[in-house]
Design a binder for this molecule. Structure first.
Ligand SMILES: [Zn+2]
Length: 539
């Protein structure tokens, strides 16, 4: 009884803490509210006009959904200063009650379980301007060197509701989507999927996405683009690869984008077929660094290798490839094919994709290059807060999801100790979670099942704490003593060591263990591929 009271007090206390940190708006945005849960997205037709001169957009989004449970009130998200002018279902105007970014629409039509219904949301306004795209996104209103409008959207985290009305939660995706964008004459819009037609009279571009797509993957890119392309013979047949770049950059792009088919080659090998053959693969130049927009990867790395010319790993290998081209393309598998349900689990996108950079190197430059690169990335790890963030409030965890997450996966590859098997696991992920939204737990359990390794404490350690396992050891004559510190309960990750260049495995845990070797222990070395700290103690 007493213990229960304490537990209750602790629960109330932590509830109080989280209530201080997060607002009702965060919950409306980040959780599956009752007004979201009863209907399942099927289709969007986003139909807008973009007027760069006025930094103004207007239009509508048709939302088709399947009724899962007959309810009357439906939540749609759209962020001010954009305004909903009306919402229509079957010709009838509906009542809208707005609470900040969330708009609660009361339906008149009787909703019947299993049926498909549509609403059309009309809206307009001056959308949020991107301050530091893509991180602080919105609309980037720019001009090219010839003074022509150069406009793009980016909205991961911020939410697609910053520029169009939708169900702005990642758990639910439409099965397909049409995007129609009217732009000033002389400019082209490139969005996602395939260009079905161009209405020449109004200069409206009609795009169609044949696959499920997450909200932040949807994008509008407007510019004086020129197009070139190629056909790629991939695992699933011919893949159309199309490139849209500013007129002045055509020659540079033709050279730099030779890395695009190389990327497809490496990633299809490691991850399986490119997940959106029906929608083609595109690279689209934008006025910001880049983003993984689905089948419409946006690129702003100025046609140079590295990350804006820099090697994030300081190993030299980071200058052997175009970081944005490779990284954002890697997201087609981890972000667009396999998508987090809650942004708290964003490591599913960024850890695997950061890790994919090293697999690209592995494929084209060899395993040593790949190792040096991913190990070099450790210099960027901060261990400030855990990689997994709080759930239900649209809040991501630490930026360590990139470099630390990649090194966790690289460490797991060592534990699997069979590259062919590891490759099968990575391909299996993309096959078994094909076009799905998932939780971290699902991905963790899959890796545990498929590798047959007890990875649970390893995930807890690297994803849910800021600790790095420390391997402490002492050497006395031919005896090695070793243990782990800074680890979660149950952590006993095997680790590869070398004595006289000979490979041995230890299975340390927090208790001191003793092992006697025949070789010269002064040559003792821990395999650098394991992301652990190593510390020699006095015996
Ligand atoms: Zn990324």
């Amino acid at each position: 009884m007493k213990q229960n009271t304490i537990v209750l007090l602790i629960a109330l206390f932590s509830l109080g803490l989280s209530a201080q940190q997060f607002t009702h708006q965060d919950t409306l945005r980040g959780s599956i509210t009752p007004e979201r849960a009863w209907w399942d997205l099927n289709y969007y037709h986003l139909d807008i006009e973009v007027r760069p001169d006025q930094k103004f957009i207007s239009g509508s989004n048709l939302i088709r959904y399947k009724v899962l449970d007959a309810q009357k009130v439906l939540q749609i998200d759209l962020q001010p200063p954009l305004k909903i002018s009306k919402v229509i279902q079957d010709g009838k105007t509906l009542e809208v009650k707005s609470v900040g970014n969330a708009h609660f629409i009361t339906l008149k039509k009787k909703q019947i379980k299993g049926e498909y219904n549509e609403i059309v949301v009309y809206y307009s306004g001056h959308p949020k301007e991107a301050e530091n795209a893509p991180w602080d996104g919105g609309f980037s209103w720019d001009t090219d060197n010839n003074g022509k409008h150069f406009v793009a959207t980016s909205c991961q985290g911020l939410g697609a509701s910053a520029w169009w009305p939708n169900k702005d939660h990642m758990y639910d995706e439409v099965d397909s989507m049409a995007i129609s964008v009217k732009v000033p004459k002389g400019l082209i819009d490139v969005s996602n999927g395939r260009l079905r037609k161009v209405d020449k009279e109004t200069n409206t571009f009609h795009w169609f996405v044949a696959n499920p797509i997450n909200n932040y993957g949807v994008n509008v890119n407007i510019g004086d683009y020129v197009h070139f392309g190629e056909k790629y013979q991939g695992e699933k047949g011919i893949l159309d690869m199309d490139y849209y770049v500013l007129r002045d950059n055509l020659n540079k792009a033709k050279e730099q984008f030779k890395q695009a088919p190389m990327t497809l080659k490496a990633f299809e090998y490691w991850f399986g077929p490119y997940p959106f053959y029906e929608d083609s693969y595109k690279l689209v130049e934008v006025p910001y660094l880049g983003m993984e927009h689905q089948s419409s990867v946006t690129y702003g790395n100025h046609y140079q290798n590295g990350y804006l010319g820099r090697d994030l790993s300081a190993s030299g290998w980071g200058l052997q490839f175009d970081y944005i081209l490779i990284h954002e393309s890697g997201h087609e598998w981890f972000a667009n094919n396999i998508t987090y349900k809650d942004i708290a689990d964003m490591w599913i996108h960024e850890s695997f994709t950061c890790y994919s950079e090293n697999l690209y190197l592995d494929y084209h430059f060899g395993t040593n290059a790949a190792e040096e690169y991913v190990i070099g990335l450790r210099r960027n790890i901060r261990n400030n807060i855990p990689i997994i963030g709080p759930y239900g409030v649209n809040q991501e965890g630490s930026g360590d999801m990139y470099y630390k997450g990649a090194n966790m996966l690289h460490t797991i590859r060592q534990l699997v100790n069979d590259d062919e098997k590891w490759r099968k696991v990575l391909r299996g992920l993309n096959r078994d979670f094909y076009h799905q939204t998932v939780t971290s737990t699902q991905i963790e359990n899959y890796l545990i099942d498929q590798t047959g390794i007890e990875l649970s404490p390893i995930f807890d350690e690297y994803l849910r704490t800021t600790m790095i396992p420390s391997l402490e050891y002492t050497i006395t004559d031919s005896t090695l003593k070793f243990r782990y510190t800074n680890v979660v309960d149950g952590f006993k990750m095997p680790i590869r060591i070398y004595i006289d260049g000979q490979e041995h495995w230890l299975t340390p845990n927090p208790e001191w263990q003793t092992k006697t070797f025949k070789g010269n222990l002064s040559t003792f070395k821990v395999d650098r591929n394991f992301y652990v700290e190593v510390s020699k103690k006095r015996p």
